[in-house]
Design a binder for this molecule. Structure first.
Ligand code: ASP
Length: 312
């Protein structure tokens, strides 16, 4: 059956949730992050406006954020305890619930595109560590050395964390994972998320981002969700799938479903945020941190870029 063509599409993105306040971010960090979010919206919007797929749009938006050192994904990823960059990413197509993900990848310039290659060109959903790196080379994806990913600011954050002997679950952490959700004119949704994880992570730790149903989920029967925040809580809740399941089975709006799940998250002590998009062109976000780098665009020309909680 041919797809129904809607005049509506929507795109929402995040660049991480955390404890950012106006006095904590420098003028450059604030303006740089907003410019990065706008550029990511531009990339995704160009695809959606031309009638392209939500899947292509979320990948394009996330690639822009991965290349931008203001965010904890791709270039600018946080460091592990041993001083390495190990990146996780996932992408999911709501059309058929096909999904691909990678964990602890170290050498692919755009981990989200590696996740898409896993989805499209392998029989698997999740590849990890050396195997993911090897698959990336075999797929001919652009490779990058450690110097591409590493930034002085992330090194400073690792040293600061070590000097406080801080825990990876410190709620003062400024998360910086990136993600995108979209619905296209064909009524399909997609989600993508990419991250360097948590500063000082050890022992091969993998967060929620590449786990389908935790940090990333998309289902045309409900919505697309991308999460950022304290990954261990998101894994335990299966937060992205939980929100989609509520929308699908209870008929709750995106906002109602997210509020209900965040009530549980809060009780468990988890912090973070989600962005959501539904096939009918609605999008929403919710976070229980003081801030979340975020943006949205839609077919009616509306554009929104914000960081702090009081920006709406
Ligand atoms: N959720 C990510 C993780 O736990 C971190 C983040 O969102 O910044 O790896």
């Amino acid at each position: 059956m041919p797809d129904t063509v809607h005049s509506r599409w929507t795109l929402a993105i995040h660049g991480g949730a955390g404890s950012m306040t106006r006095d904590l971010l420098t003028v450059e960090q604030d303006a740089g992050a907003r410019a990065g979010l706008s550029a990511a919206l531009d990339a995704g919007e160009a695809i959606l406006r031309a009638g392209g797929s939500a899947l292509d749009a979320v990948e394009a938006a996330v690639r822009v954020l991965e290349d931008d050192p203001h965010f904890n994904a791709g270039r600018g990823s946080v460091f592990t305890y041993e001083g390495r960059n190990e990146m996780d990413a996932a992408i999911m197509d709501g059309t058929d619930r096909n999904a691909g993900a990678v964990a602890r990848t170290t050498a692919t310039r755009n981990p989200v595109s590696l996740a898409r290659a896993v989805m499209t060109h392998s029989p698997h959903v999740l590849l990890g560590s050396e195997g993911a790196d090897l698959f990336s080379v075999e797929q001919g994806l652009e490779q990058a050395g450690p110097e591409w990913f590493a930034t002085p600011e992330r090194l400073r954050q690792l040293e600061e964390m070590k000097s406080r002997s801080g825990s990876a679950f410190d709620i003062d952490m400024k998360y910086g994972t990136v993600g995108a959700v979209a619905s296209d004119v064909h009524g399909h949704v997609a989600a993508a998320t990419s991250t360097g994880g948590l500063t000082g992570k050890r022992w091969g730790r993998v967060g929620d981002t590449p786990l389908i149903g935790a940090g990333t989920y998309a289902d045309d029967r409900a919505c697309a969700v991308s999460a950022t925040g304290a990954g261990e809580f998101f894994i335990r809740i299966g937060i992205a799938h939980e929100i989609a399941a509520r929308v699908r089975f209870t008929g709750e709006t995106l906002d109602q479903a997210a509020q209900a799940v965040f009530a549980e998250l809060g009780e468990m002590g988890g912090v973070g945020g989600v962005i959501m998009a539904a096939p009918d062109g609605q999008c929403a976000w919710l976070f229980n941190t003081t801030a979340m780098y975020r943006g949205s665009a839609s077919a009616d020309g509306a554009r929104h870029v914000a960081i702090y909680g009081d920006e709406g």
